[in-house]
Every structure is written in structure tokens, then in C-alpha cells.
Design a binder for this molecule. Structure first.
Ligand code: HEM
Length: 106
């Protein structure tokens, strides 16, 4: 099933209290602009948890597969993350969210 970026914009409302995608601004969470290909825990000027920095040092890079895993269950993928979010259970919602985020990753 293809991702629907417009539907993904609606899903992103779950993220938008803490994240922006369309610009480089950090909020409670790091900017998700140009996320794909980013090593975890490396956006400048954001105070990540030790766990997220260690995940990046261990080789975690954000792509479709790693993002899908993380968004299903953030605390299982990165034990000790300070992202206070339970995750997105619906796989199609994650597919749409990825299509949305890719628009801001060119
Ligand atoms: C980290 C995505 C919801 C707060 C991250 C990262 C991603 C992400 C990909 C890692 C970024 C990086 O390594 O630079 C999302 C998505 C969400 C969501 C797609 C919605 C589905 C939230 C919410 C909050 C939040 C609701 C606040 C309550 C944070 C924080 C971090 C983070 C504080 C840094 C984690 C750490 O250093 O351990 N998020 N997030 N996120 N997010 Fe979210």
C-alpha cells in the first residue's frame, strides 16, 4: 500500500505539539526536517537523551524501516528515550506519516 502524504499530515497532528517538519526549528522534540538519512540523535542544538545519542553512535540511521520500528513503539526501539509518546499502532498511519515526512526530506 502506497503512503498518502495528505492523510499523513493529519497523523502528524499527533507529533506536532513536539515536532515541526517544514522547518529546522526544534521544539520539545528535534526538528524532523531532512530526517531521512539522519543519524539518530544528531540534530544540532537539541539536547537528546543519552539513549538516543548512544543509538546513533551504535549505527541507527532514520530510514523507512527504522522509523517504522521506532514509531510503533519508541521505548522498545530506543530504550531510555525521553520521547514521551506511546507510538502509532496502525501500520497504514505510519506509512502515510512516512510519505508526509519525506516531502520535507529532499
Ligand atoms: C525524537 C518522531 C511524537 C518528543 C524523535 C525522533 C523522531 C521522532 C524520528 C528522533 C529524531 C532524531 O534522532 O533526531 C516523532 C513522530 C511523532 C513523534 C513521527 C508522532 C507520530 C512526539 C511527541 C513528543 C515527542 C508527541 C512529545 C511529547 C520527542 C523528543 C525526542 C524525540 C523529546 C528526543 C528523544 C531523545 O532524545 O531520547 N521523535 N515523534 N515526539 N521526540 Fe518525537
Amino acid at each position: 500500500q502506497e503512503g498518502d502524504a495528505t492523510a499523513g499530515a493529519t497523523v502528524f497532528k499527533k507529533c506536532a505539539t513536539c515536532h515541526v517538519a517544514e522547518s529546522d526549528t526544534n521544539k520539545v522534540g528535534p526538528s524532523l526536517n531532512k530526517l531521512f538519512g539522519r543519524t539518530a540523535g544528531t540534530h544540532p542544538d537539541f539536547a537528546y537523551s543519552a539513549a538516543m545519542k548512544a543509538a546513533g553512535e551504535g549505527g541507527l540511521v532514520w530510514d523507512e524501516a527504522t522509523l517504522r520500528d521506532y514509531l510503533h513503539n519508541p521505548k522498545a526501539k530506543v530504550k531510555g528515550t525521553k520521547m514521551a509518546f506511546a507510538g502509532v499502532k496502525d501500520d497504514q498511519e505510519i506509512t502515510n506519516l512516512i510519505a508526509y515526512l519525506k516531502q520535507y526530506s529532499q
